[in-house]
Ligand binder design. Sequence first.
Ligand code: SAM
Ligand code: DTB
Ligand code: SF4
Length: 322
Amino acid sequence: MDQTNAVASPQVTLSDVEALLQRPLLELVFEAARVHREHHDPRRVQCAQLLSIKTGGCPEDCGYCSQSAHHTTPVEREPLLDVDTVLAQAKAAAMNGADRFCMGAAWRSAKSGAEFERVLEMVRGVKALGLEACATLGMLEPQQAAALKDAGLDYYNHNLDTGRSHYRHVVTTRDYDDRLDTLAAVRDAGMKVCCGGILGLGEDTRGRAELLFELANLDPAPESVPVNNLVAVPGTPMGEAAPVDWSDMVRVVAAARILMPRSAVRLSAGRGELPEAAQALCFLAGANSIFVGDELLTTKNPSPASDAALLQKLGLNAMAAE
Ligand code: SAM
Ligand code: DTB
Ligand code: SF4
């Protein structure tokens, strides 16, 4: 087995996770639903809204990403937004029922100086609106993590994306341990960790098991686990990737719920490509957070009206996090 960050005695082994993913789908969903009900209100779904505060031109070469300078995609570069623009969007998100606001920047690592100060100001402003605040700005140094924490940032999002052995097929400009170092800095600063991955990057079941194994053995486990379905963006190396079968999304959501019983499991990008009935199974299997609003960072999300109708159909309440 490849070297991993697992603690001396992992809480779960890779073969435990593989066995979980191979269980008959409905048995897995049933078990996940049971675990979900033990730890969460099953009618409650948190609604988060994303905003790209700095778009495109990223020096990293993530094969899935519309914002990498290595790929030619329809995304136009935009400099860091000003604080007022971001806070106007945050206010609108709150009015539309979001209780969490997530700011994403296409940086390899968070900037220092005036741009970083501006981000801190955004965080303070989002908190002053009574929203939960999350940011994803690339790699962080410990002092940047501490400054974000001081500004009131609740969560930092930094995904492992895939299992360790598949990672080099997805990104070559950084390695898995760079991601783990930033996650450690976030944890040490006292922020909550939002860390998950993407399905559809050409990984096999073992790759998915490796990702879940890494996440579940972070100590403590991430408070928030986004499960993204690849949005295949034309012009990226993964622009023609085969779509993920809906049952695989359900499987991974269910396994994440069982392995990380107390975490929020977020049904994230690519939700619009899932049939409504598959989204319903994901909620049954423990997904309890979604992104709302017409746009993610650079790609489309289901419309607010269709999401409101879906939640109503399922008897789910869009409500603040526990
Ligand atoms: N640059 C920062 C970083 O990579 O950490 C933050 C922004 S980045 C866009 C945030 C996350 O979005 C990535 O880690 C990846 O998991 C997810 N993501 C990006 N493009 C995606 C796509 N096309 N489909 C699904 N998820 C995607
Ligand atoms: C995460 O795991 N998913 C969100 C959030 N963290 C920042 C981002 C999804 C991006 C989807 C592609 C896009 O819109 O560019
Ligand atoms: Fe840059 Fe983040 Fe996109 Fe990778 S995922 S290219 S780091 S914006």
